[in-house]
Design a protein around this ligand. Structure first.
Ligand code: NAD
Length: 482
C-alpha cells in the first residue's frame, strides 16, 4: 500500500488547500509507493507566515548554543533512524542502498553535526575606524530561507542547506523534488522529535514549476538556496529579482577527468568509473568528460571498457548492488536519447548503450555506457546528460588538456591523474572549476567548500564558506566623543 503524506507547516501535518496529491514512483519497480500533497499558493503563504513568526519569535530567543544543540540532535536522530531513512532514499530515487546507508545518510547527519558546532562561533568584529567611535559588526541571520532541492541526492543536498541555515539562526521552508520527497518529510518528523519550535522547519511538496515559483516570488522569503538544473537556475534568478532575494545556485556540470600518461593507470581507470557511475551518473560533479592523453588512449579505453562491462545494474535494495535504477522514466528516456545522438554524431560505443533488465522486466535500469572517439564539439561532450554515460576525448599535451577541460559553459569540478607533482598543481591552478581532485574523484567532506564556477552557479555549500550565505553583516557605530 502506498504511504500517504501531508505538508509540514508550523509543526503540523496538513493536506494541501486544494486537496490535490501526486504519486511517488519507485524507479526500480515502476510502482506507486507513496502519495504526497500538491501544495497551492495559500499553503506556501501559510508556511511563510509560520517561518516568519518563528524567525522573530521562539527561534530568535534561543541562545546560539541551544540552537546548536537542537541542530546536533537532528544529526543524531538521523543516524538513529539511518536504516529506515536510507531505505526511503533508495525507494524513491533508485540509488543503491549501499550508497544511501553507508555514504549519504551518514554524510547528511555529519553535516548537521558540523554546523551545530558553528552555531555559537559565528561572530562579528571590532573595527579600528578613524575618529572617536566604537565600531563593530554583528553577523545576523537573513530570515526565511527556501531550500529548493533536486532528486539526485534528496536528503544530503537538503542537509547542505538546512543545517547551515538553522545553525546561523534562519528558519526554513524545504521544497524537495516532487519525485523524491520522502526523506525531506522524514526530516520534518525529526524536527518534531528533537523539539524544534513550530515554524522553524517546514516542508512543502508539489511540482517545482508551480510550488517552486511561488516560493521564489514570495515577498516573505529572504533567501533561496537552490540546487538543480542550470536552466531552472536562470528562471529562479529572474523570479527572485522582483524582490531582490539573496540567492545561491548550485547547478549542472560537465566535469573533466584528465588522465596523463604518467598516472597510475589502474587507479585512474577505477577513478574514471566511480567518477561517472557513482549515483548512476546522476551527480552534478560526475566526471562525464574523460580526457586521455592520446599516447595511452587505446590501452586506457580497453581497460575502462573491460571494467565497465563487469558493472551490472541490480536491485537497489540489495546491499551488494553498486548500480541502481535511473531515477525516473523521463530521465532514462533522456539518457537513451543522448546515446542515440552520440552514435549519430560518430562517437564509438565501447560499453553499454542500452536499457538494462535486472530480471524483473520492470524498472528504469541503464547499462553503464562508455563512448570513445568523442570530439569536443559533439553534443555528449557539451551537454549534461545526468546519467551513466562517459564521453572519452583525447588530447596531445598539457596545454591542450587544459584548453579542452575548460572548453565548457560549466565549471563545477575536475580531476587530474598524474604522478608529476608539479604538473598536478599547475593544471589544478589553470582549471576553471570549483573543486579539483588530484589522483582521486568524488571525495567530499562537510568541512570543504563545494560549488561552481561559470554556469555551474555561485555560492558555496558546506564548510565555513556556506555560513556567509546564510548571514548578513550589520555595522554598529557608537559615538565615544566626550
Ligand atoms: P530541476 O532544476 O528540474 O529541479 C530542481 C528543484 O527545483 C526541484 O525541487 C524542482 O521541483 C524545482 N523547480 C523546478 N522548476 C522550478 C521553478 N521554475 N522554480 C522553482 N523551483 C523549481 O533539477 P533536477 O532535474 O531535479 O536535478 C538535476 C539537476 O540538478 C542537474 O542539472 C544537476 O547537475 C543539478 N545538480 C547540481 C548540484 C550542484 O551541487 N551543483 C547537485 C545536484 C544536482
Amino acid at each position: 500500500m502506498p504511504t500517504q503524506h501531508k505538508l509540514f507547516i508550523n509543526n503540523e501535518w496538513c493536506d494541501a488547500a486544494g486537496g490535490k496529491t501526486l504519486d511517488v514512483i519507485n524507479p526500480a519497480t515502476e510502482e506507486v509507493v507513496a502519495t504526497i500533497a500538491s501544495a497551492e499558493s495559500s499553503d506556501v503563504d501559510a508556511a511563510v507566515q509560520a517561518a516568519r513568526a518563528a524567525f522573530r519569535g521562539p527561534w530568535a530567543k534561543l541562545s546560539a548554543r541551544e540552537r546548536g544543540r537542537l541542530v546536533w540532535k537532528m544529526g543524531e536522530r538521523l543516524m538513529e533512524r539511518a536504516d529506515e531513512i536510507a531505505r526511503l532514499e533508495t525507494l524513491h530515487n533508485g540509488k543503491p542502498i549501499f550508497e544511501s546507508r553507508q555514504i549519504e545518510i551518514p554524510a547528511a547527519a555529519e553535516c548537521f553535526q558540523y554546523y551545530a558546532g558553528w552555531a555559537d562561533k559565528i561572530q562579528g568584529e571590532t573595527i579600528p575606524v578613524k575618529g572617536n567611535y566604537l565600531t563593530y559588526t554583528l553577523r545576523e541571520p537573513i530570515g526565511v530561507v527556501a531550500a529548493i532541492v533536486p532528486w539526485n541526492f534528496p536528503l544530503l543536498l537538503t542537509a547542505w542547506k538546512v543545517a547551515p541555515a538553522l545553525a546561523s539562526g534562519n528558519t526554513v521552508i524545504i521544497k524537495p523534488a516532487s519525485q523524491t520527497p520522502l526523506t525531506a518529510l522524514a526530516l520534518a518528523e525529526i524536527a518534531l522529535e528533537v523539539g524544534l519550535p513550530p515554524g522553524v522547519l517546514n516542508v512543502i511538496t508539489g511540482p517545482g514549476a508551480r510550488v517552486g515559483q511561488f516560493l521564489v516570488e514570495h515577498p516573505g522569503i529572504d533567501k533561496i538556496a537552490f540546487t538543480g538544473d542550470t536552466s531552472t537556475g536562470r528562471e529562479i534568478m529572474r523570479g527572485a529579482a522582483g524582490t531582490i532575494k539573496h540567492l545561491t545556485l548550485e547547478l549542472g556540470g560537465k566535469s573533466p577527468n584528465i588522465v596523463f600518461p604518467d598516472a597510475d593507470l589502474d587507479a585512474a581507470v577505477r577513478g574514471a568509473t566511480t567518477g561517472i557511475f557513482y549515483g548512476k551518473g546522476e551527480v552534478c560533479a560526475a566526471g562525464s568528460r574523460l580526457l586521455v592523453d592520446q599516447s595511452i588512449r587505446d590501452e586506457f579505453v580497453d581497460k575502462l571498457a573491460a571494467r565497465t562491462k563487469k558493472m551490472v545494474p541490480g536491485d537497489p535494495m540489495d546491499p551488494k548492488t553498486r548500480l541502481g535504477a535511473i531515477a525516473s522514466k523521463s530521465q532514462l528516456e533522456r539518457v537513451l536519447r543522448y546515446v542515440d545522438v552520440a552514435k549519430k554524431e560518430g562517437a564509438a560505443l565501447v560499453a553499454g548503450g542500452s536499457r538494462a533488465d535486472i530480471g524483473t522486466g520492470k524498472g528504469y535500469f541503464m547499462q553503464p555506457t562508455v563512448f570513445a572517439g568523442v570530439t569536443p564539439a559533439m553534443t555528449i561532450a557539451r551537454e549534461e546528460i545526468f546519467g551513466p554515460v562517459l564521453a572519452t576525448i583525447d588530447f596531445a599535451d598539457v596545454d591542450e588538456a587544459i584548453e579542452r577541460a575548460n572548453d565548457s559553459n560549466y565549471g563545477l569540478a575536475a580531476a587530474v591523474w598524474t604522478r608529476d607533482i608539479k604538473k598536478a598543481h599547475y593544471v589544478a591552478s589553470r582549471l576553471q572549476a570549483g573543486t579539483v581532485w588530484i589522483n582521486t574523484y568524488n571525495i567530499y567532506d562537510t568541512a570543504a567548500p563545494f560549488g561552481g564556477y561559470k554556469q555551474s552557479g555561485f555560492g558555496r555549500e558546506m564548510s565555513q564558506h556556506a555560513l556567509q550565505h546564510y548571514t548578513q553583516v550589520k555595522s554598529v557605530w557608537v559615538d565615544l566623543n566626550m
